[in-house]
Design a protein around this ligand. Sequence first.
Ligand SMILES: [Zn+2]
Length: 261
Amino acid sequence: MELVRRYIQGNHLITTYVLDVGGVKVAVDPGPPNSFTPTDADYIICTHIHNDHCGAAGHAGKPVYVHERYVGHVANPARLWQATKETLGPIADLFGEPKGAADVRPLRDGERLFDAIDVYFTPGHAPHHVMFYYRDGGVLFTGDGAGVYVPEIGAVFPTTPPPFRFDLYVESLRRVASIGAKMLCFPHFACTEDVDLLRRHLEQIKAWREAALAVKGRGGGPEELAAELRRADEAAAKIAERGGLLYSFFLWQTLLGLLQS
Ligand SMILES: [Zn+2]
């Protein structure tokens, strides 16, 4: 498997994984438009249509597979781009404007692609979220459905932008935790054989949700929740310490989603 690390202003934003399945090359999550570089992939598959994952699908000029109900958003991303700008503000421009993809194909829950990759609908992070399981290699491509994994600091933390659905997220995590994967590959940012991480992340998201409900109950906002999580969770403390997009994009969106859910 080939790894293409994509950067925005010196920040590692996402890793594109290029798999060779029986001579067919498949790229998982091409990244945002502004970090696009071509790969030799024959097909693109997107875990979900957020701009940092699938924004460059139209630049790649290859058939792209997305959740069956969101084909139109990738073929004609004008509305999606508008919503992205409203949600992310200046960070949207940092990632860049998507182009419509000419050949967008629907993914269906439970289907097998290229006779090798199983498709699991895993809503929660977003309604259009799917995970891919490469059965021969035992590799689960988690998308944003199992958090952000930062190997340099050995930390995982949730990425739950609004509109986050806690109940669906937990249900999706439980579903894929029972597959028996031997390796997890996170677009943010690396793979690990520590598959117990799925279980630990499930406990973590429950704890963060509890913290968010408590803060919300007191009428508090994202700053207060950030402070609370930094005290309670070493991962949150490390992310806040590192700053950059890890804090201003990933963690901040997570706080907003948790408080709104
Ligand atoms: Zn996302």
